[in-house]
Design a protein around this ligand. Sequence first.
Ligand SMILES: Cc1ncc(COP(=O)(O)O)c(C=O)c1O
Length: 432
Amino acid sequence: MSLPPESVKIVELTRNHNRWRRFECVNLIASENTMSPLAEAAYFTDMMHRYAEGKPGRRYYQGNIFTDEVELLLMDLMSKLLKVKYVEPRPISGTVANAVVFRVLANPGDRALIAPVQAGAHVSHTKFGTLGALGIEQIELPFDLDLWNIDVDRAVKMIEEIKPKFVTLGASVYLFPHPTKEISSAAHSVGARVVHDVAHVLGLIAGGKWPNPIHEGADIATSSTHKTFPGPQGGVIFTDDEEMYKQVSKYVFPWFVSNHHLHRLPATAITAVEMMYFGEAYASQIVRNSKAFAEALAGEGFKVLAEHLGYTKSHTIVVDVRPQGGGARAAKLLEDANIIVNKNLLPWDPPEAVRDPSGIRLGTQEMTRFGMKEEDFRYLAKLIREVVVEGKDPREVRKKVVEFRKDFLEVKYGFTVPKELEDSPIKIPMLL
Ligand SMILES: Cc1ncc(COP(=O)(O)O)c(C=O)c1O
């Protein structure tokens, strides 16, 4: 039977997406990345069809002889990579990791302190998202715009007064490390716990270019596995606290996860190995690229935030594009030129400005992984200026972007599929 038209259409859309985003765009979304060829091959396996509820060795389903071993290996690799004692890899996303930890630490009606939403807290930290769904009250920590960070003195007073169940650090716009040591010692003095959400910076931590919050006093860390850490989409929790690990592990399943999407496990494990070998070089290049990109954008006339602080210490750069017509306009024009960014709230925007905020957020991690260096980001800054400032036709700039991307199609800092495995059934049929 030839394929019905609906299937043809679906295949066509998928191929169009793959070609566009993988070969023709410059991807600057700060929360995304691409797996290595080996991790992709290890993702597309029979494990995606299987079930495994519970922990390795104590599953509710048979058939997990090999997945059990992979899961234990992943836990061991991640704990070595992150230099922590306990790793829980079953949350299927960063949001699910947060849900488990928040619910273990607090009951409905309890209070939690979070970084301010407009300063980059993720929606899952807030009353609009997971925290709200769990009935936990959110109170925002004070933020010092001059330091682009939590105001430590006022935050310590607030923690002492409010005595929350926990404090959440970490953010989705994360330019400079939050003051984990100071916040943890204040929190611990009133019996509160500190959860540090490192979703955005896990790859930088793995590469030794961002402080590991567990080593700085946080009680537990949550993360995605697909932002600066370039694994498959998923979540992870880690800690040095045995009691907390036991609690969290007891409730991941059955509270928030049934099956935990087993095909993530080998691909995440392969990415962990890659980070052991290449993590430092990768993370160092990300940080150098961010700095060069921010300086170049400023040189092209953009208002890049946190200039007096050196712009950023992470993969993320934030630009105030109000003079160029706002975040929604800039992000759409850039998309038309095949440069993919997201519009973003800035600290002075009201929450309701979410559809047309003042800023755009740019991340260097994915294009670094494809081999871009400082001079390439300088060129990108020029292209962005042509579209957003000079008003050139984005379709004309798109031609330059497509040409430029041709030099950056291979994932670096990772493993390819060895020749002897190329024709085996694990080969990835990616509909390219
Ligand atoms: C700080 C932070 N935490 C959690 C998440 C949620 O992660 P996920 O998309 O894996 O649920 C994000 C997503 O961007 C994030 O930025």
